[in-house]
Design a protein around this ligand. Sequence first.
Ligand SMILES: [Fe+2]
Length: 583
Amino acid sequence: MLILGVNAFHGDVAAALLDDGQLVAAVEEERFRRVKHWAGFPDQAIQSCLAIAGASPGDIDAIAVSRDPRAHLWRKAWFAARYRPQLRLLTGRARNAAAVSGIHERLAATLALPDAHVRARMVPIEHHPAHLASAFFASPFDEAAVCAIDGFGDFVSTSFASGKGTRLDVEQRVYFPHSLGLLYLAITQFLGFGKYGDEFKVMGLAPYGAPEFAAQIRQLVRVDGHGRLELDLSYFRHWSDGVEMTWGDGEPLLGPVFTSKLESLLGPARKANTPVTPRHEAIAASLQAVYEECAFDVLRALHARTRSPRLCLAGGCAMNSVANGKIRANTPFEEIYIQPASGDNGTALGAALSAWHARGGRRAFVMRHGYWGPSFDDRAIGGALDARSPDVTRLATRHLLANEGDVCEWAASRIADGKVVGWFQGRMEWGARALGNRSILADPRRSDMREIINTRIKFREKFRPFAPSIHESALSEYFVDAVPDPFMVQVYPVRPEKRGVIPAVTHVDGSGRLQTVSPETNPRYWRLIDAFRAHTGVPVLLNTSFNENEPIVHQPSEALDCFLRTDMDALVMGNHVLEKLRD
Ligand SMILES: [Fe+2]
């Protein structure tokens, strides 16, 4: 049975394809459109999933869409009666609901199938249950507590569930307008980071400051002993005026969600592209601290209810890797599973898995690695290089090596020499993190490497950290109380004695957002790290996504273009290796 999962008319639209409950392909639309967090409809992601599976649209048995505008209608009516929001909010919601309701037309056009055929196969899965399903049904656990925390989806911002076998019972919800995601978004915007998804920047900035504004930020939010949270709405406007939101084809856009009252509490808001001051760092630190307090309160309440030692986490807030790394120390949970697309992209996967189990399908799938996108063989890579032959010849040497061992040795020796290497291999990553198939790699031992990559290749804020990829077997040698994580979604302290060994991947507070690599999850990447270890004694590489202020590269021509236009030293694609000519 072939089930297509679709996230549409939200941020990070995506598609996932299941064959008899096994994931075959999963990919975000942004990689094809070359615009981060692409909203609207994932036409190309759907086509890519079908191509990877070798299936045609007529083979699809069910299409699970991770939205249900009919969910919580009485709640929506109660909200409108109680809060009397401005017309703009209601019309904005109605426009988005109409887009979702008309989704069968877009599906029919994309799949070139009759509208009636598509309608008969469509299954709406509410946004939050789709988040919950993406975590639990992809996890190795037969039984677990499950939690989703995000901005909003289908009028819900937080949900708790008990997962057992193929059942997922939602036990509690927090409804619009209260949301931890909105709290994080408001302060992110206040700090002058206005793009969709900029919360990562604030999380990276936080360790530079002390939480001096925590008392003030606590005034914005309250969590009770049952995990129910409430915002002080006088600081927010998403519930009253109707914030400008664009979820059509293109980059998602959000207007400001905070009111001027926030400035009376925290001082003037930072304007974009003005210097980041110690006050901004302290506000970022305070937000992160208060977010963690609230999230742990929610999770402790979930534990009190379920008594499970296992937690599956999803929702945009599950991308807060700093908080994730502290869950085991601050709650009774002992084991945690977070799949790499825990944001709205993952709802495509969750919707498909929900539909599979709703049809009586067994648990047949555990996501143990993140490589679910398209791949390109050496012939296709050679073709992309030939197409830019004059530029390649002018700027670089080019060779085709014989085998994986040679490729790993070639790259490792250059990384050990301080070169920055683009590394493009196998299937593209699912989720926001590059996990060693579309990565830029460098030597973590060099303290200047962060500055070099930020200023010569990535052209991004200097405060943003780089992540370590580490042999799973060496984890406890380098990190304190860390657990294996192939998806880079948890931050742990680097052992004090190792901070000087890997300074380029040790953040200012001594932490690292690690990715563990094993021969089972990514053999070629493991072998590369092993070759680097043979040169240096250090089984760690600096790993950052292969891109330059754009979505992660998808195909060889994009990787080559990024290599040629930036100051990257070498490029390895499949068995093809290129090295820049230097004077
Ligand atoms: Fe969401």
